[in-house]
Design a protein around this ligand. Structure first.
Ligand SMILES: [Cu+2]
Length: 591
């Protein structure tokens, strides 16, 4: 009798499981958006766990295509013919192998934003710092392990502002032991980005020209997951522009809960994200779980990521999704490139319930007011599990940021009075490891800061003596945000040494200080820089040489070294002409 009961229970269980998986599948099909299928508008569930880590293979082809994400047709740099590009999915612990085929007509590199690259510094993807760029017409394989990391990341080009032309896409590391898994049914990815109609290379040439006198070029529109809307009456004569371009549209099923993975992939702009009538429950920031925090509006600085859970528990209908560009920190004068931009800072998409009428929402924005262009209050976020905060600091590195004209009257960014100049053909990692250039013989414009005590505790103090805000991103680590405050002197009493939250991107306000702390446990050349792409080109980069004694013993893969050999052989490449344009110091180091 007991056996019959057990068999009956088993049959019922199997029936329920199969019914559930069928309904999940049909719901997913129903949600499929037909316009472009880059997967951003298809709800998904976490990857299935595997008994042991696996290798996830991807191929991304970089090419030039014409696209009109906001109605205005322009030539862009696409990933696999799409914008935003191919989403990369992996599980925590998996290895990711990405073959990059570069066909954009100029050299390129791909950086994996937020990945620590422990043991694989040469795959960090920074031109002139960890590798020579991939020549046009060539391919290169990035090969790294996700190790202990999980969360929301992205990948993008890391040379000459190329990512603003379209080389940027999500990278999602699923967690088979996600502590929040029972609290959402599906996931979506939402990217927010600014969008320029002029070629970035043309604007860069103007931005970096003597006596320019303007500020960073003003974008033409903002995009949610690759969709925006431009006012075509402002388009220059002869351009192709379609009015009423479709908006991003995310469909939800009443009663379901969604994990939204938000990524600001901009070159210039800070976004404030909200969905009318739907509070956002933050559970992750920059790859770190947080205790739940509920907000109506969430500021997302360039390079930052969040996971938020929303509950589709409102009246069936349509609701505005808002990614408002915070224009309070955009510096503009009449010499600024694209000062007459027709940009609409109120970028919108639609959250549409199944069963709702088609058409636009009539919903109302939350009235909450946020401080201009800052990260969410760092003390609002708490790690899900308590963490041991390293300390006291063994090394203090102070980075004072100023902007001024150099002796050629080009406005540049300076770190401790030194503006970084990229040397694409002779990357720092190769100089140090392969060519044995001593650290004290690197040119001053390489902005090198070294520390060599294994397990040392590093405090980075930014002193921003400048009227712009700077979203600072660090490679190879995340860092505890110990504190931030106005003025140019650190107020030690404001440092949180008890329960700070770790991030890899944090906004340093204008005329302010911020202190970041991390442990030196990842030998490598790690870039720390402002993520405003214009400021990167203006030299707002420092290079951290972490544990140089250990680093000097690594073996750089042949494929990485070959990139430099290829580059140095193609002396007449377009890239070298460009470097001359930007006055790059190409003198080889004498040892
Ligand atoms: Cu900046």
């Amino acid at each position: 009798m007991g056996n019959i009961k057990r068999i009956f229970a088993l049959i019922i269980t199997l029936f329920v499981i199969s019914a559930f998986s069928r309904s999940t599948f049909s719901e997913q099909l129903k949600h499929k958006r037909q316009t472009i299928d880059n997967g951003l508008f298809t709800p998904f569930i976490p990857l299935e766990a595997t008994p042991t880590p696996v290798t996830r293979n991807y191929e991304i082809v970089l090419s030039q295509i014409d696209l009109a994400p906001d109605g205005f047709t322009k030539r862009i740099f696409a990933i696999n013919g799409q914008y935003p590009g191919t989403i990369i999915h992996a599980n925590k612990g998996d290895r990711i192998q990405v073959t990059v085929r570069n066909n954009i007509g100029e050299p390129s590199v791909i950086h994996w934003h937020g990945m620590f690259q422990r043991g694989t510094n040469w795959y960090d993807g920074v031109s002139g710092q960890t590798q020579c760029p991939i020549p046009n017409g060539s391919s290169f394989v990035y090969d790294f392990s996700t190790q202990e990391q999980r969360g929301t990341f992205w990948y993008h080009a890391h040379t000459h502002g190329q990512y603003m032309e379209g080389i940027r896409a999500p990278l999602i590391i699923h967690d088979p032991n996600d502590p929040y898994r029972s609290e959402y049914d599906f996931e979506y990815i939402i990217t927010m980005s600014d969008w320029y109609h002029q070629r970035v290379s043309d604007m860069l040439a103007i931005r970096m020209s003597p006596n320019y006198g303007g500020f960073n070029p003003i974008p033409d529109s903002g995009l949610i997951s690759g969709f925006g809307r431009y006012n075509c009456s402002a388009a220059p004569p002869g351009s192709t522009c379609q009015e009423n371009s479709p908006l991003a549209e995310y469909r939800v099923t009443p009663g379901r809960r969604y994990r939204l993975r938000l990524i600001n992939t901009s070159g210039l702009t800070h976004f404030i994200f909200s969905i009318d009538n739907h509070p956002l429950r933050i559970i992750e920031a920059d790859g770190e779980y947080s205790r739940p925090v509920i907000v109506n509006k969430l500021p997302v600085a360039i390079g930052q990521r969040y996971s938020v859970i929303i509950d589709a528990n409102q009246t069936v209908g349509n609701y505005w999704m808002r990614a408002t560009i915070d224009d309070r920190c955009l510096l503009i004068n009449n010499r600024t490139v694209n000062v007459d931009s027709a940009i609409n800072y109120n970028v919108t998409g639609i959250l549409r319930y199944d069963g709702a009428e088609s058409g636009f929402p009539q919903s109302t924005e939350y009235p909450d007011q946020l401080d201009p262009c800052l990260s969410i209050d760092p003390n609002l976020l708490k790690t899900l599990e308590p963490q041991q905060i390293p300390g006291p600091a063994t090394n203090n590195i102070q980075l004072v940021v100023t902007f001024r004209n150099d002796d050629q009257d080009v406005t540049r960014a300076f770190i401790n009075n030194s503006s970084f100049v990229v040397d694409n053909y002779n990357p720092t990692l190769q100089k140090f490891v392969s060519d044995d250039v001593p650290l004290d013989q690197f040119p001053a414009n390489q902005n090198i800061y070294a520390y060599d005590q294994p397990g040392g505790i590093i405090d980075i103090t930014y002193i921003n003596n400048n009227s712009a805000v700077h979203p600072i991103h660090m490679h190879g680590h995340n860092f505890y945000v110990l504190g931030t405050g106005s003025g140019l002197v650190v107020d030690e009493s404001r440092l949180n040494l008890v329960d700070p939250f770790p991030r890899d991107t944090f906004v340093v306000n204008s005329t302010s200080w911020s202190v970041f702390r991390y442990r030196a446990d990842n030998p490598g050349i790690w870039s720390i820089h402002c993520h405003i792409e214009w400021h990167v080109e203006m030299g707002m980069i420092a290079q951290l040489i972490e544990l140089p004694t250990e680093l000097s013993n690594v073996t750089i893969p042949e494929s990485v070294n070959n990139l430099c050999i290829q580059q140095n052989n193609s002396k007449r490449s377009k890239f070298s002409r460009r470097n001359r344009l930007f006055n790059v110091d190409k003198k080889r180091i004498k040892v």
